[in-house]
Design a protein around this ligand. Structure first.
Ligand code: GDP
Ligand code: IMO
Ligand code: MG
Length: 422
């Protein structure tokens, strides 16, 4: 069997959690391969609405192994809290949760460093979720990070203290540094708890599952436009959010990758700072935010909203080799009489392009729009493609023709049941 990879193709929050939960029954394993508690993946079913941050979205299916891969950065405190919240819902997460020993640990001082680095950037701040993601990946690449497997070895506490002190020597801010006092005891407690969970060499586990013939679904976090190489740098996250991240973040060979499933919203959103060519600053943007309940699942911040950006979508499809698309939140556009789609950009020198320009930050990049008819349609009573309005079908066909990849799922609501398979 192969690993199917599910990715966000925009700036995150495309609805990955919903789709992973929906598709999970087809797989024996769901694995996260990058990111950490900066992610917020929402699942809705049977009247439950739940947001997962570090735990894979297959956790509600007790027969599925959920793996936190080596490419993830893990905050043990948030992880423990997530497991406790699941227990309140009657889910015994530890039973089917496996954590790679090679997963990097987010330390309390990584979070403080994140806050400190953002503060130093002033008006150029990334708009980080302040979960310590950037500093933890910096330490990983700088070859000084601590990994989950280290907690089982002698001398963890000394190693932790050495790195903590190194971090503290960088943070030249009394107020930020003083928060450690409160964070450290909870961290130690969470490390103790982490030791009781299934810590594994997950690269073996995943490859053995594949060899047995079991399907594996790799659950991406963030989105391609936040990728550290191909996103709107420097306004990106610090991991490889693309398909290749699944290989390095799980220990599977490129030849083992099967379907590449790209999730996108029927429009665009972004949370945090950074360029966003189709962002709307008017009532239409406000209406998208209101209809789509566009507030961050991790930080609660209002998401910036705008029209679908086709050159950006095509770019994400190209760099990932996407084989099938899932279009989310089509219901949100229901009340719009007309819908705009960005077909290309006009640059500062008057030239036009249908490619995503290198510099989105310093130069003016104005979208060139095409107007389409809205569909004025809610979820059809039976979840079948035939029952949806012609203008929504036209929108789906229009995007497919433009990007050359089939749209296999159209989502018309947050609930598991509000999903149409084509
Ligand atoms: P993720 O990070 O990609 O998993 O996405 P988030 O959970 O951060 O944000 C997606 C939001 O949209 C969540 O609140 C979902 O419940 C919601 N959602 C997902 N699909 C749909 C849909 O088709 N229609 C509507 N209205 N909401 C959706
Ligand atoms: P999911 O998996 C949306 C954004 C932050 C910020 C930038 C860097 O739910 O789609 P970081 O904390 O990673 O240093 O922040 O990336 N960001 C996300 N935006 N969805 C996410 O995850 C995000 N994770 C990070 O807002 O702009
Ligand atoms: Mg999210």
């Amino acid at each position: 069997m192969k690993v199917d990879v599910l990715l966000g193709l925009q700036w995150g929050d495309e609805g990955k959690g919903k789709v992973v939960d929906y598709l999970a029954t087809k797989y024996k394993v769901v694995a996260r391969f990058q990111g950490g508690p900066n992610a917020g993946h929402t699942l809705e079913f049977d009247g439950i609405k739940h947001v997962l941050h570090q735990i894979p979205s297959g956790i509600f299916r007790s027969d599925i192994k959920n793996i936190v891969g080596n490419g993830v950065v893990l905050d043990p405190v948030i992880f423990k809290k997530e497991i406790e919240e699941l227990a309140d819902l009657g889910v015994d997460a530890p039973q089917n949760l496996y954590i790679s020993r090679k997963t990097q640990l987010i330390l309390p001082t990584h979070r403080l460093l994140d806050a400190y680095q953002e503060k130093l950037k002033g008006s150029n701040k990334i708009g980080s979720t302040l979960k310590g993601i950037g500093p933890t990946y910096q330490d990983k690449i700088g070859r000084q990070g601590l990994r989950v497997g280290d907690i089982e070895l002698e001398g963890f506490e000394e190693k932790y203290q050495t790195l903590r002190d190194k971090h503290l020597s960088i943070i030249n801010d009394e107020e930020i540094a003083s928060k450690l006092e409160e964070l450290e005891p909870i961290f130690y407690e969470a490390i103790k708890y982490l030791k009781t969970l299934k810590l594994v060499d997950s690269e073996y586990l995943i490859n053995e599952e594949l060899n047995k013939g079991d399907g594996v679904l790799a659950e991406g976090a963030q989105g391609s436009l936040l990728d550290v190489d191909f996103g709107s740098y420097p306004f990106v996250t610090s991991s490889t959010t693309m398909v290749s991240g699944a290989c390095s973040g799980l220990g599977v060979a490129p030849s083992k990758i099967g379907e590449v499933m790209g999730v996108f919203k029927a429009y665009c959103t972004r949370v945090g700072s950074g360029p966003f060519p189709t962002e709307l600053f008017d009532e239409t943007g406000e209406q998208l935010r209101k209809q789509g309940h566009e507030f961050g699942a991790t930080t609660g911040r209002p998401r910036r909203c705008g029209w679908l950006d086709l050159p950006a979508l095509k770019y994400a499809i190209m760099i990932n080799g996407v084989t099938q698309l899932f279009m989310m939140k089509a219901d949100v556009l229901a009340e719009f009489k007309t819908i705009s789609v960005c077909m290309g950009y006009k640059l500062a020198d008057g030239s036009t392009t249908d490619k995503l320009p290198y510099d989105l930050v310093n130069q003016s990049v104005k979208p060139i729009y095409k107007e389409l008819t809205g569909w004025n349609d809610a979820m059809p009573s039976s979840a079948s493609y035939q029952n949806i309005s012609q203008s929504l079908k036209d929108y789906v066909k229009f995007i497919e023709d433009e990007v050359g990849v089939p749209i296999k799922i159209v989502s018309l609501g947050p609930d598991r049941s509000e999903t149409i398979i084509r």
